[in-house]
Ligand binder design. Structure first.
Ligand code: SF4
Length: 368
């Protein structure tokens, strides 16, 4: 055997040994279902990294809640879960992790970093989710967690300083990769260790989606939801108003799961310390029946109309107002008088006859 034969044999042995030792690089990806998270997954997987996609269910996803309530879109179709749709388009499995419950409710009512424009504690929410993702990363032997966040896309939660806070407080310092803005951020550990090629990551910034749409086209991703800003009730303006109205009257800031659902449904009116919630359609009336316990239930009888729930202790005047408002939202609105039934918290039943309320300006002033 010549010297060059020996060198070649050693090289082959070394190569084989390296291949045996080389474990696949793994990462946990957060998949919300929006275009950015889809792109992040496609970009990371394109580097040969084994990705486990996870979606955290907070119980406050608008589309998912509507789907569960059996609501239909204008075209009659049933709203689809966007994250599941995204996973299908990416041809990958996705783990659906339910984080709704007391810990998440506590986060919503006591956010360390405050709220965004509405009731959205996005910074705390992300920290909460990323802590869970970190635990999955460690359990699965993954090297990093990644998200579709884009620097500067959201005014508070995606500022450079906030991205750092989220990374630090979730315990993911150096191991939280934002592939779409990576080139604008400090290199992460997987990039420094050569597990992830920084050159194949991106430098997207700001609210414009033009770069993302161009990349989607390049990657052949055509089926993705349009950014409607409707993914989370906490970012919804009317939900936010109702949420803060409730919290302002509750110094202990506790919140039950069913209260969150009620904040998302119906027409809400405030009459002093009494709150009236009128179902907007039959689906909501059916859903409201689950929440009657501890509340007064009011509905018109003899004509079709919504079920309404009353919280608090209405006096005679409030009862008159409420009866008239409930009558106004049923088919009896065109009648001179409507009979309205009250089933009190105590179980007592009372019948009233009222003229349906017809002053839109007054109604609007009572709306929460
Ligand atoms: S919008 Fe904000 S609060 Fe809602 S799920 Fe996303 S990060 Fe959490």
């Amino acid at each position: 055997m010549t010297d060059s034969d020996v060198t070649a044999t050693k090289a082959r042995a070394l190569d084989a040994a390296t291949k045996v030792d080389k474990k696949p690089v793994r990462a946990i990806g957060l998949l919300s279902g929006g275009l950015d998270s889809m792109l992040a997954h496609a970009v990371i997987r394109a580097q040969g990294i084994e990705v486990r996609a996870v979606n955290f269910y907070t119980g406050l996803c608008i589309v998912e809640t509507q789907r569960r309530l059996g609501r239909r879109r204008r075209d009659g179709s049933i709203p689809a879960n966007e994250a599941l749709g995204a996973a299908a388009n990416l041809e990958m499995e996705m783990e659906f992790i339910d984080i709704s419950g007391p810990d998440y409710l506590h986060l919503i009512t006591h956010p360390r970093y405050g709220y965004g424009a509405n009731a959205n504690p996005c910074v705390d929410c992300r920290i909460f989710m990323f802590k869970k993702a970190k635990a999955l990363m460690e359990a699965w032997g993954a090297s990093f967690v990644f998200t579709g966040e884009v620097l500067g896309q959201r005014p508070k939660s995606q500022r450079r300083d906030t991205l750092r806070i989220v990374e630090r407080d979730s315990g993911l310092t150096g191991r939280l990769v934002r592939p779409l803005s990576a080139k604008l951020l400090e290199p992460t550990i997987p990039e420094l260790e050569g597990l992830l090629d920084r050159e194949r990551l991106f430098d997207f910034r700001g609210r414009s989606r033009a770069s993302q749409m161009a990349l989607a086209k390049e990657l052949g991703l055509t089926d993705y939801p349009q950014p409607a800003g409707g993914c989370c009730y906490l970012t919804d303006e009317s939900f936010g108003r109702r949420f803060h109205d409730l919290m302002a009257r509750r110094p202990e800031r506790n919140l039950a799961e069913e209260e969150v659902l009620l904040l998302a449904m119906g027409r809400h009116f405030r009459l002093g310390e009494v709150k009236l919630i009128v179902a907007r359609n039959e689906t909501e009336s059916v859903a409201f029946r689950r929440f009657i316990g501890g509340r007064h239930a009011v509905e018109a009888i003899g004509v079709n109309g919504p079920l309404a729930l009353v919280e608090g202790a209405p006096d005679e005047e409030a009862r008159r107002w409420i009866s008239a408002i409930v009558a106004r939202y049923g088919q009896g609105r065109v009648q001179a008088r409507v009979r309205v039934e009250w089933r009190d918290v105590t179980g007592a039943v009372e019948l009233r006859e009222v003229a349906p309320h017809d002053d839109e300006a007054v109604l609007a002033s009572l709306r929460i």
